[in-house]
Design a protein. Structure first.
Length: 254
């Protein structure tokens, strides 16, 4: 496990781990690790029954420390990247939820602080009360789903300590960057088409020159649809589930 290596780097004895209800639980007879975590601000006891603000040393830490903390938290609790339910060529909304007893004041404080930190990485998010379950309130932080915002999230934050989420994030980043490149290419062709049309070229001639159907050219120039188009052809970009390119780990910023 990657977390095992990091604990050993700190000079601490490795903890054992087991899988419980779909999650891994670690423990150790060495109390040094727990004392360090408590000293760093980790909550003691049941988190749903208490306010759990982000430790001040993280709030005022350099950006690379904030990034590692948030990425590790998201690796554990945030949903994985996947296909949008309405469009198989878009990424679905990424979110993380937190349960707090209804009597806990400022139960969403932690998520609001995470939201503030994300802003430093040009990642916009929303915190809201998503519902109730018994005597608990469900708070949710969602990453805003614009493509540029998702690119910033996958490039600047991503996930830690969860290999399959890390790989999906690299796939998502590659997918969004390819889409962005294709849209820019389409916008450049629109610019060329406009110039050729002003010079007197016919739709069919323009289509042949820039490699786009006459129907598309007419939609762009006659019906003025090209100005608002921010999509790519189904022939240019496969569905996300069929896309098999990953951004190499070495090219993802640290």
């Amino acid at each position: 496990m990657e977390i095992k290596k990091d604990i050993e780097v700190l000079g601490l004895k490795w903890c054992n781990y087991r899988k419980e209800r779909g999650i891994y639980v670690i423990w150790s007879k060495d109390s040094v690790l727990s004392r360090i975590l408590i000293a760093l601000g980790a909550p003691i006891g049941k988190k749903p029954l208490q306010s759990t603000p982000l430790p001040k040393w993280i709030l005022y830490a350099p950006k690379f420390i904030k990034k590692e903390f948030i990425a590790a938290y998201f690796g554990s609790d945030m949903t994985k990247p996947g296909v949008h339910v309405k469009n198989p060529r878009d990424i679905r909304v990424l979110c993380v939820v937190m349960y707090k007893h209804k009597r806990v004041k400022n139960g969403d404080l932690f998520l609001k602080q995470i939201k503030k930190c994300l802003k430093e990485f040009n990642v916009n998010s929303v915190v809201k009360l998503a519902g109730k379950k018994g005597n608990k309130l469900i708070y949710q932080l969602s990453i805003k789903n614009s493509r540029e915002n998702l690119i910033n999230f996958f490039k600047n934050i991503g996930y830690r300590y969860c290999k399959y989420k890390e790989e999906l994030a690299r796939k998502s980043l590659a997918y969004l960057l390819v889409r962005k490149m294709l849209i820019r290419n389409r916008e450049e062709k629109l610019r060329i088409a406009k110039n050729l049309y002003k010079k007197g070229f016919k739709y069919s001639e323009i289509a042949k020159k820039i490699g786009i159907s006459r129907h598309t050219i007419k939609n762009w120039l006659y019906y003025k649809k090209g100005e608002k188009e921010k999509h790519v052809s189904v022939n240019e970009l496969p569905k996300f589930i069929d896309f098999n390119i990953l951004i190499p780990e070495s090219l993802v910023p640290d």
